[in-house]
Design a protein around this ligand. Structure first.
Ligand SMILES: *Cc1c(COP(=O)(O)O)cnc(C)c1O
Length: 306
């Protein structure tokens, strides 16, 4: 049994009208912990539990940590999440609701992560938020479900942080014989680590992240993401924070689901009918979701952009 849900595959009338083509959505926002992350995290946690792990350790105060906490509760395995002092009240609340032990340590994620690593004993499994082949295998189930539905998209649009979702979807496309379907990878301008690496033709680490799309805030994408970009048709697009936020607001209006700006980044391409979509008749948008943004927070951001 898997820890993730088979999510709805919906043809969006509002998005289709906005971009003058049939836009399909895979509704990962409806996963119990709020994002697609549970696919890969759930799969990896199950495997680590089978191998005897007695605790899962994460250093993510975002959706990856939430997915680990959820998986641990479901599997009856203890979870420790180490988060930096910058952690939001909301993240703390969500993690505690899943019964995770939350340790606040360090001023930045680097310090929290180093501390999490120092805690690891022989019976602990560390769950990386995006760079683990088990994670990618789990994320790939998203494409399996689309293939089973009988619908064949002519592009897949998804948001990229560290590239775990991208690697999983690429793997899923290949294992379903869909290696010819292009990937449109979307980032916000202040978190465009994949875009920078593709332009440089090799690994690049951003100096800093300057985006409200915190779930996309990996300074460097995993090597596997760049490997996929060499063998698969990968197109990169960027949007502004304001565009991502506006897309969240329109999506809430259109589909009554609140998603993070990390997800709004992808949706913005449809709402703007971005040139990168030209030529596609039936793109599939991964509505990756995200539980960390509240409506109050979104309204505050909106005011700050006004
Ligand atoms: C983690 C996450 C992403 C980015 O996924 P990566 O695997 O890091 O590229 C995008 N959107 C949401 C909501 C996320 O939680």
């Amino acid at each position: 049994m898997s820890l993730h849900l088979e999510t709805p595959l919906i043809e969006s009338r509002p998005l289709s009208l906005a971009t003058e083509r049939a836009v399909w959505m895979k509704m990962e926002a409806l996963q119990a912990p709020g994002s697609f992350k549970i696919r890969g995290v759930g799969y990896a946690c199950q495997r680590y539990a089978e191998e005897g792990a007695q605790r899962f350790v994460s250093s993510s105060g975002g959706n990856a940590g939430l997915a680990v906490a959820y998986a641990g509760r479901k599997l009856g395995v203890a979870v420790t999440v180490v988060v930096p002092e910058t952690v939001t009240e909301r993240a703390m609340h969500l993690l505690r609701m899943e019964n995770a032990e939350v340790i606040v340590h360090g001023a930045s994620w680097q310090e929290a992560n180093a501390y999490a690593m120092s805690l690891l004993g022989p019976k602990d499994a560390f769950l990386h938020p995006f760079d683990d082949p088990l994670l990618w295998q789990g994320h790939a189930t998203l494409v399996d479900e689309v293939a089973e539905s009988g619908f064949r998209p002519d592009a897949v649009v998804l948001s990229v942080g560290g590239g775990g979702l991208m690697c999983g979807v690429a793997e899923g496309l290949h294992r379903n014989g869909w290696q010819d379907i292009p990937l449109v990878c979307v980032e916000t301008e202040g978190a465009a680590s994949l875009n920078a690496a593709l332009e440089a033709g090799g690994p690049v680490a951003l100096e800093s992240i300057k985006s409200i799309a915190t779930s996309l805030g990996a300074k460097r994408v995993c090597d596997k993401a760049l490997e996929w970009a060499r063998v698969h048709d990968v197109r990169s697009a960027t949007v502004t924070d304001a565009d991502a936020l506006a897309a969240c607001e329109r999506f809430l209006e259109d589909h009554r689901v609140l998603v993070e700006p990390a997800c709004g980044a992808s949706l913005a391409l449809a709402y703007e009918n971005a040139p990168v979509l030209a030529g596609f008749k039936a793109p599939l948008f991964v509505v990756c979701g995200g539980a960390t943004a509240s409506l109050v927070q979104m309204l505050e951001w909106k005011r700050s952009f006004a």
